[in-house]
Write a protein that binds this ligand. Sequence first.
Ligand code: SF4
Length: 323
Amino acid sequence: MRSIVYSCSYVPPEWIAAHGFRPVRLVPYSGTECLQRETAGICHYMHRFLEQASQFDAAGVVVTTLCDQMRRGVECINSPSAASLSSLFLMHVPKTMNSVGAVRYYHEELKRLSRFLINLGGALPDEAHLIEVMIDYQQKRDNLFNHRSDMSGVAFSRFLRSFQAGGLLDLCEDATKSKKLIPVAILGGPMSIEDLGILDLIEEAGGEIVLDGTEGGERTMPRAFHRQRIHIDPFMELVEAYWSIPDVARRPNDSLFIWIKNQLAQRHMRGIILLRNVWCDLWHAEVMRLREWLDIPLLDIDLDGESATARNRTRIEAFMEAL
Ligand code: SF4
């Protein structure tokens, strides 16, 4: 089966799978050997995603416009000096949340994505097939979440990313849960494969990750599909489930803060570790607001595309000790 590589939580893998492709949410690896393109104006995460997506044997690549750096990344790929990705789809995701027009726009963008997939040889799914695919994904997500309490937070975060990578990424490890650790949450943007080493550091320093609020973690999963509505209008149910994902880029981004507040009440974590890519203005802008707004300590860690573990070990150990 041919793959479609994508980068963003607002691209529903069910929609790609229902057209007959394997959806792969690429988690890029770090390293400088892959940096062949102009980098100005792109965060290192996006840069590596585009670089590695262009090397991936995929039928197409889907990128969204959620942040300026994603847009800029697509411009660089399309610049005359760069070898362009043969089948690149730029999906416009409105930042505005509380507007019927914005939901309609997102709805139309998913229809446009459908036409792109059909042009690549995919088939327009009928309702019965879409329902079947949506239920299958829902069951797999439920299955993962049902085992959440049996495994360590690190193992769960890795399982989530392997699942989103369509099983092509083997990140799964010993899922044994440690006991008597300090409950903390991680929050923030996306991580490369090497950045996941930070999660091991947190556990080694005595923390248990009880919530993964990073991009690609629990926060960016769609809400559960409604049992009745999925049979009445599956496409609209898909649109609404993904539209409601809370993200720092949305305007207003209150839903992100409400989501954090609800999770704080449910999971009783004692600290939050914010993981943000160094040129990611969106998360950087929220650091102060989060500090003021939260009544638990927050550790702000920047990821620069190189190994983040060595230079952050002492900070994480000190943070856990303080907790
Ligand atoms: S890490 Fe931040 S700047 Fe980079 S692509 Fe994601 S949202 Fe955009």
